[in-house]
Design a protein around this ligand. Structure first.
Ligand SMILES: C[S@@+](CC[C@H](N)C(=O)[O-])C[C@H]1O[C@@H](n2cnc3c(N)ncnc32)[C@H](O)[C@@H]1O
Length: 323
């Protein structure tokens, strides 16, 4: 859909002011809290909030609360996003004022990483305990790479991206990768991990797997890795993930087979103790996807966890018309 002349003028007017252009250039890098923007721009929070309000009203920026904080990000798609991408692309990369802002953004990132590192350190031993219950990590990763296929993918979406493990594993095969997670701590770690892996095209967004706010048929590869067992309504998450899969594209779900390790509910907040093939196949079919044979990575022993990889494809337009 295109803009009307009136809405184009509104969008250009909103973007056409020095501080607001600086804000847009920063949000083009990543989503930011008002407090962080105010720190980078060296302007008061009420002043920054007024600019953000105008940008939000013009449909260039969207806002979302996370606890007591309010975050902002660029709209993810559509003509306004195209307008912003093109405008920002035309600005000299070494523009002195924007370069200063980016320098201050680095300081904000460093502060966040310290917090994230603390959090990671506190939880790492619990995650190691969990990992020790199932088969070797490299075997799981090799099986995921095989199940995803060689690509190249135009758009990869990783739902519940956590520390960005799937993005770093599969991101090299994708032109654009988007990771969504509810936890800012996880997003910060994932931003760092993907940057270190040289994946400049990776976008980490705050988002809910139940309402991703991404358009239908957005991606040719959607991944949900070790997330479903935490969720209140895994079927709804599979439906939302399936909605994002474009014709010819693929959904990959990795989780556990049904098990009896009750302690995981208490110790690791698991809500579901695994999923059966039939249950997942039913959800995939309801999302209009054709399930392939699941891959099974058996537990190391009787007390371990069996990892399952369920893949499903959406029929391409040509195969549908041939049928
Ligand atoms: C065990 S971690 C798995 C992360 C990653 N997929 C991996 O395998 O390394 C589960 C992740 O799901 C995220 N999560 C939980 N509920 C979510 C929701 N409703 N929407 C988005 N992410 C969610 C958590 O914040 C956490 O980062």
């Amino acid at each position: 859909m295109k803009l009307t002349a009136k809405t184009a003028v509104e969008a250009l007017r909103a973007a056409g002011e020095p501080t607001r252009l600086r804000i847009l250039a920063l949000l083009h890098r990543e989503e930011l809290a008002v407090m962080e923007l105010s720190q980078i721009l060296d302007q008061s929070q009420p002043r920054v909030s007024r600019h953000l309000k105008l940008l939000t009203e013009a449909g260039l920026v969207e806002r979302f609360p996370d606890g007591a904080w309010m975050f902002y990000r660029l709209v993810s798609h559509g003509p306004r996003r195209a307008l912003l991408d093109e405008t920002l692309r035309l600005i000299q990369p070494d523009d002195p004022e924007l370069a200063l802002d980016l320098g201050r953004l680095e300081t904000v990132r460093a502060g966040r990483l310290n917090l994230a590192a603390d959090y990671f350190a506190q939880n790492a031993s619990r995650w190691d305990e969990l990992r020790s219950l199932y088969t070797a990590e490299n075997e799981v990763e090799a099986a995921i790479l095989a199940a995803a296929g060689p690509g190249p993918f135009k758009r990869l979406v990783d739902l519940g991206s956590g520390t960005g493990r799937m993005l770093t594993l599969l991101g090299q095969r994708a032109e654009l990768s988007i990771g969504l997670d509810l936890s800012q701590q996880m997003l910060n770690i994932a931003r760092q991990q993907t940057r270190e892996a040289g994946l400049g095209h990776c976008e980490l967004r705050h988002g809910d797997i139940f309402a991703t706010r991404l358009p239908d048929s957005f991606a040719d590869l959607v991944v949900v890795h070790q997330v479903l067992h935490y969720l209140s309504d895994p079927a709804a998450a599979v439906a939302e993930a399936g909605r994002l899969v474009q014709p010819g594209g693929r959904l990959l779900i990795v989780d556990f087979a049904p098990h009896r390790l009750e302690f995981l509910r208490e110790a690791h907040r698991h809500r579901r103790l695994g999923f059966s093939d039939t249950e997942i196949a039913r959800w995939l079919a309801a999302a209009g996807l054709a399930p392939a044979d699941p891959v099974t990575l058996p537990a190391k022993d009787d007390h371990g966890l069996t990892v399952k990889i369920w893949t499903a494809a959406r029929a391409s337009a040509s195969s549908r018309s041939a049928a």
